[in-house]
Ligand binder design. Sequence first.
Ligand code: ATP
Length: 299
Amino acid sequence: MIKHLSLKAYGKINLGLDVLGRRENGYHDVRMIMQTVGIFDRIDLLHKPAPGIQVETNLHYLPTNENNLVYKAARLLMDEFHITDGVTIRLRKFIPVAAGMAGGSSDAAAVLFGINKMFRLGLDTRELMERGVKIGADVPYCVLRGTALSEGIGEILTPLPPVPQCQVLIAKPSVSVSTRSVYENLHANELKPEQHPDIDRILEGIHRQDIYQIAENLGNILETVTIGTHPVIQEIKDQMLNLGAIGALMSGSGPTVFGLFTSPRAAQEAYEVFRYGDGARLARQVYLTNFFNQKENKS
Ligand code: ATP
């Protein structure tokens, strides 16, 4: 029995996001290129002999009951394996919340990993991914991490070669976006073919290790919905491109925007513009990071 585990739960961006259609049950068929980035939440798991799951977090507005995805992840494995001991989950959030970076899903994936390890349940990565999809469509990817093609509702994953490294500037405006309402307002079949991103061209760029081909073809169909209601997203993209980004895109259902830079100096200057200069009115949270290509959780 392990008494204490410290874990990192990394956020993701989408280099490409296409929606192919909607299923009867409301889920959407997607085709997404997922990429882990170096921004992470910290999670401590502490074993306690008394039964129960206790969640503590630094953000007062997040639930600490069964509505928190970390609670759901622990509950799922502890029920299945009839674990009668308890666990305290300490969650420190750094990934922007409700922002299109799969923060909650990544936290859940880290807790699946941690509970499996703490109680020596013996599940392998694939078995953790199979359980993860019961918590959320992005959870299996967050168990896997790295660069991957995500299809189905997000659970059919094909690992891809790592994308050539570059600087990733992340800016989240102060607005909040509900993933559910963005998908509800997307009418993918009414869009023109040219409004769909060319996922195959991005895949080709990844296989050719051509960061410029990847950057030129970044595309997210959900921008058609979220930029309509939040034009600040377009302003951030334009500003990043003016500052030297080789590509810029909204991640997930938004509102977070990322820009890719091949020049570390241009990236640093752009970071400062968004942090302290005239970009600061557009973005509440700003980070300068990289792609994170270590596979599943080793910590
Ligand atoms: P995605 O990219 O998968 O759409 P997201 O970035 O839009 O994810 P999250 O930050 O994962 O969204 O969380 C969205 C909502 O889920 C929040 O409003 C919050 O109330 C709830 N939630 C539950 N557990 C967590 C958690 N561990 N971290 C963040 N949010 C959580």
